[in-house]
Design a protein around this ligand. Structure first.
Ligand SMILES: *[C@@H]1O[C@H](CO)[C@@H](O)[C@H](O)[C@H]1NC(C)=O
Ligand SMILES: *[C@@H]1O[C@H](CO)[C@@H](O)[C@H](O)[C@H]1NC(C)=O
Ligand SMILES: *[C@@H]1O[C@H](CO)[C@@H](O)[C@H](O)[C@H]1NC(C)=O
Ligand SMILES: [Zn+2]
Length: 370
């Protein structure tokens, strides 16, 4: 999660006042179609201040989403897989999520350009492979996605459906960051966003255990994504979705889960359903799933431009949604500090996100999108 309350005007002023001739410059998109050029130092300062942007230095060929939006296919208007999804919910094991999150957040940090950040991604890749192997599913594959401009890889699991081109994605970022630091500091990132990463791993395990999935009897291809370098300008997700768009892949729906382990500063538990820079039809569909499959309500919320990885799907023309742990502003106050540790992660709340994500993946695995 990348949080922000800063004013864009102040930001633009800072950037133009200090244009150094020699250092490498970075191009940041801070609003639709609005870019600024900054030095690395200025970029880090913006991250520390929690400002939102796409770092498009490596992705300048991607043009505004609006002009190349794939005709969004209609989402189902009813619940269709109630019995099977309820069975999968019984298989979600919170103790296992907790155990794995303990290990995951014990990496010194998961900064995208540190060796810890690479090790954490490789550790996750190994866990993903174990889950696939244990499932015995012959069609599921995992790959480490290497990025040319930084060292931390992303991880993708793909489970091909009968209509291979139609893909449904759930994603979260695997990196962590700490304010006012360049990658050496301790950043456990237990909630932001280790919680989403380990939750998605458990949902993968549950979905793979379903008999129809095991037989390859589902229409659409399912993908689980863990993105590198979210905190540094949505780099991993931009690389992946811009490649998908260049290959004309049809992503029918993308659900982002950045932080999933905190009930709210006011203690009133509900999801934050982000309505800006997300797909309205998909958001309506998520409301149906929340009502049917989870035990808590939602509250609509705004998150700002480029606030997390769903924005990369959106910018490349794909329908995407972001279900956050709370309405924006009510979220975990400890993120991006050494105090974002596992004792503050609420696993009952993680379970609500896991129920929702399982329902999203399983219902849409079988949806006709027509
Ligand atoms: C992880 O945790 C860090 C540190 O709090 C946070 O900045 C980052 O956004 C989180 N996301 C992931 C996937 O690790
Ligand atoms: C969920 O949907 C199914 C199928 O439409 C229905 O039978 C069930 O009662 C619904 N459950 C809730 C809690 O809305
Ligand atoms: C971490 O928590 C301790 C104890 O509550 C507190 O004193 C400290 O200021 C916190 N550190 C940060 C960076 O939030
Ligand atoms: Zn995050």
């Amino acid at each position: 999660m990348r949080y922000s309350t800063a004013l864009i005007a102040a930001l633009a002023a800072t950037a133009s006042a200090t244009t150094a001739p020699l250092p490498k410059m970075y191009t940041l998109e801070i609003a639709p179609g609005e870019t600024i050029e900054v030095t690395e130092e200025e970029k880090f300062k913006m991250i520390d201040e929690g400002r939102h942007f796409f770092d498009i230095t490596e992705f300048k060929d991607v043009h505004a989403a609006a002009s190349r939006l794939f005709a969004a296919a209609p989402f189902p208007s009813t619940i269709q897989q109630n019995c099977a999804v309820k069975e999968l919910h019984k298989k979600i094991n919170l103790d296992r999520i907790k155990e794995q999150l303990t290990e995951y957040s014990s990496f010194h940090n998961r900064y995208f350009n540190s060796r810890y950040g690479v090790q954490a991604a490789e550790w996750l890749f190994a866990r993903v492979n174990e889950v696939i192997e244990e499932s015995g599913n012959p069609l599921a594959t995992a790959r480490l996605v290497r990025h040319t401009a930084w060292s931390q890889p992303s991880v993708i699991v793909s489970l091909p459906g009968i209509i291979r081109g139609h893909t449904v994605v759930t994603g979260c970022h695997l990196d962590s960051v700490i304010s006012n630091d360049r990658g050496a500091g301790r950043a456990p990132g237990a909630d932001d966003n280790g919680s989403g990463s380990m939750m998605n791993l458990e949902v993968l395990r549950a979905v793979l255990s379903d008999p129809r999935i095991a037989d390859g009897d589902h229409r659409n291809t399912l993908e689980w994504h863990w993105y590198a370098a979210e905190e540094s300008g949505l780099l991993g997700s931009q690389d992946i979705f811009s490649q998908y768009a260049a290959l004309n892949m049809q992503v029918m729906a993308m659900l982002n889960q950045d932080m999933v382990g905190f009930k709210g500063r006011d203690g009133i538990e509900r999801f934050g359903l982000v309505t800006d820079f997300t797909d309205p039809a998909q958001n309506e569909y998520l409301k149906l799933l929340i009502g049917n499959y989870t035990d808590i309500p939602y509250e609509e919320s705004l998150c700002g431009y480029a606030c997390s990885d769903h924005a990369s799907a959106n910018r490349n023309g794909y329908p995407s949604s972001f279900i956050f742990e709370t309405p924006f502003g009510n979220h975990n106050p400890r993120i991006h500090t050494p105090n974002d540790t596992i004792e503050f992660v609420d696993f009952d709340h993680v379970f609500q996100h896991a129920k929702l994500t399982t329902a999203f993946m399983y219902e849409l695995a079988h949806a006709t999108f027509a």
